[in-house]
Design a binder for this molecule. Structure first.
Ligand code: GYE
Length: 297
């Protein structure tokens, strides 16, 4: 049995998009796809990635490249360095190069209608991966492959509720948010808040973005620990920010996982190591190979 990743699924979705979009392009597999899509007879996909902000993203990028390589589909890849304007530029460039399919993982949820309308007008199907867009017009993309971030936030919240079920003392929580406006930041905050709001002893005493990076998590935690010395728990929207928080907690002479508990999302290698070391208390898994299905092929 072989694990089929989201990008194995993406390769399949790309084939489907071609049918739906009625685009030109062959069945792929050629080494001759040097230029734009369509004319060369092999399939060309432009992928606009968010950036390289986290261990999750690095694993995700490697998986995308491997899946397209294995499928024999030419991949044009760009890294937007977490900036929406860079992603929009990359998408516009894929449109002018005439790729067969555009795939992207939107850095934030809103503000995509104009560029997606341009892709639609050019007859290029768009596949969303990992993160969704917030648009009223669902004709702007053909499919979305990604995780349920609200559920992830709920799972994190449920662990917190269970962990403190025998205590009536107040529980002061610092939240390290992902990129402002990004689907996983919005949804992970929402799911978590929904679950912990059932008991007023839980209070989010401070909540700030660390932009899904280790440096961001460290910096924000350093500052917030000064203004909130009696914090009990940190909920970080990803492992990397949690790992940054560990550094800040240790620098303050405290023990992460004991003096201050840490809950994160992702379960990348370094996060799992910190969990094994007792510095992170709980991780909600969000696989970079998620939307995973199993097949025998
Ligand atoms: O959790 C985080 C990354 O969009 C699910 O983005 C992804 C998130 C992931 O930077 O580590």
């Amino acid at each position: 049995m072989k694990k089929r990743t989201v990008f194995g699924a993406l390769a399949a979705s790309v084939a489907l998009s071609l049918t739906l979009g009625g685009c030109a392009g062959g069945s792929g597999g050629g080494d001759d796809a040097a230029g734009g899509g369509g004319d060369s007879g092999s399939l060309v996909v432009g992928f606009a990635q968010v950036g390289a902000e986290s261990g999750w993203r690095t694993a995700n990028t490697e998986d995308i490249k491997r899946a397209f390589d294995e499928a024999g589909i030419e991949l044009k890849f760009s890294d937007a360095q977490q900036k929406q304007e860079n992603q929009i530029k990359a998408i516009r460039s894929y449109i002018s190069q005439g790729v067969d399919v555009i795939a992207f993982s939107p850095v934030v949820e809103t503000g995509w209608d104009a560029v997606l309308n341009e892709a639609k007008a050019a007859g290029i199907p768009v596949v969303l991966t990992d993160r969704a867009v917030d648009s009223k017009d669902d004709s702007l993309y053909v499919s979305f492959l990604g995780s349920d971030f609200i559920k992830e936030g709920e799972k994190a919240g449920q662990w917190v509720v269970d962990e403190y079920k025998d205590s009536t003392d107040p529980v002061n929580i610092i939240q390290l948010e992902g990129t402002t406006g990004a689907a996983p930041a919005i949804d992970r905050a929402e799911g978590f808040a929904d679950v912990i709001s059932a008991d007023p002893k839980f209070e989010i005493v401070a909540s700030q973005t660390g932009d899904f990076t280790r440096a961001g998590g460290k910096q924000v935690t350093e500052a917030l620990l000064k203004s909130n010395p009696d914090v009990d728990l940190i909920y970080a929207h990803n492992d990397d920010m949690g790992l940054g928080a560990i550094e800040a907690i240790e620098a303050a002479g405290l023990k992460p996982g004991e003096d201050i508990k840490i809950v994160t999302v992702d379960a990348v290698h370094d996060g799992m190591q910190a969990l094994a070391d007792g510095k992170i208390n709980f991780i909600v898994e969000c696989s970079p190979f998620s939307a995973t299905s199993w097949s025998t092929s």
